[in-house]
Design a protein around this ligand. Structure first.
Ligand code: NAP
Length: 301
């Protein structure tokens, strides 16, 4: 049984994509939007993002069957608490936060007694704001549900059906496990990109203009990730601290091994390592999670 009235709270990249995808793919759905930022609400109205844009969180939620919280993870508790007084008792609440254990805790504290089916669509870009969204963002991407123990299975099924309707493939996981998996597949790569881009721009003997001019040597691919939203990523690292620090420790040990191999001229060790990593790229392409064309399909005309 799908939803006919949903409320999207937070109309940035992910919220606007949820609104667009729901309206494009679920017949007869009515989408109400709300964002704390009046300028975002103004733009959302101007581009006709939702059927209605509310000026108040309570107005947005009063007749919702499903609420989708699309705010930074550090703001989830506050956003949920603002809805609480008006939220219908039988409404289901989901979210799109990039870390789950801390978000589940915050939502449970803010909405006691409500049905919560937290989610993380593993899809995004480096853009932010209400004009950054697009209806196909979730197509063939995974959406991981992390329902707290004891959640009504029928509610989990309905939320799974909602994400499938938006084009996603759905998987269910415990919140802590999700946070460890994403620490290595998403959070650590972002931290590395933020570091490399910072390091390159701090070098004294290489000028900024040279870094930019020769960026096609690899650097520019890190800059896409390092251009991601600062608020979102500050919150992710604060919220998933333990798992990120653990993965960072392992990464540092592996980096030290490569450093040693370079220092001692161990070409075979380097070659074997790079052969394994190349195979991982092939698996990602084979599973439809990236473009098979060289250089991510960029045109070189
Ligand atoms: P975004 O483009 O910055 O949009 C977030 C919006 O939420 C902003 O307009 C923000 O307004 C608004 N907001 C903040 N606090 C609010 C509150 N209490 N009530 C209502 N609105 C509020 O961010 P995004 O990239 O869409 O990310 C949203 C969520 O999706 C995050 O939890 C993130 O972890 C998750 N996610 C992101 C990606 C990605 O690639 N970007 C992928 C998967 C999941 P202000 O700017 O005024 O604060």
């Amino acid at each position: 049984m799908s939803f006919s009235r949903i409320t999207v709270v937070g109309l940035g990249l992910i919220g606007s994509s949820v609104a667009l995808a729901a309206r494009a793919r679920i017949a007869g759905i009515r989408v109400t939007g709300y964002d704390a930022d009046p300028e975002v609400r103004r733009v959302a109205r101007e581009i006709g993002l939702c059927d209605t844009i509310a000026d108040d969180a309570a107005d947005a939620a009063h007749d919702a069957e499903l609420v989708v919280l699309c705010v930074p993870v550090g703001a989830m508790g506050r956003a949920a608490a603002n809805l609480a007084p008006a939220l219908p008792a039988d409404a289901i609440v989901t979210d799109v936060g990039s870390c789950k254990a801390s978000v589940v805790e915050a939502l449970q504290a803010a909405l006691p007694g409500h049905t919560l089916v937290p989610a993380h669509p593993v899809a995004g870009t480096e853009q932010s704001g209400p004009t950054a969204g697009f209806a196909t963002l979730f197509n063939h991407r995974w959406c991981i549900l992390t329902p707290p123990e004891g959640t009504d299975p029928a509610a989990v099924d309905r939320v799974a059906g909602f994400w499938r309707a938006l084009g996603a493939e759905v998987e269910t996981m415990a919140p802590d496990h999700h946070d460890r998996v994403l620490a290595v597949t998403s959070h650590l790569p972002h931290l590395i990109a933020y570091t490399i881009v910072g390091t390159a721009s701090d070098l004294e003997e290489v000028t900024q203009s040279e870094v930019i001019k020769y960026s096609a040597g690899g650097f520019r691919d890190f800059t896409r990730i390092a251009a991601s939203d600062p608020t979102m990523w500050r919150d992710v690292f604060l919220a998933n601290r333990e798992a990120v620090l653990d993965m960072l420790q392992r990464f540092s040990e592996d980096l030290a091994l490569l450093q040693r191999a370079i220092r001692w001229g161990q070409g075979d060790a380097l070659f074997d390592h790079f052969t394994q990593t190349r195979a991982i790229r092939r698996s990602i392409v084979e599973q439809g999670q990236d473009d098979a064309r060289a250089d991510f399909g960029r045109t070189h005309g």
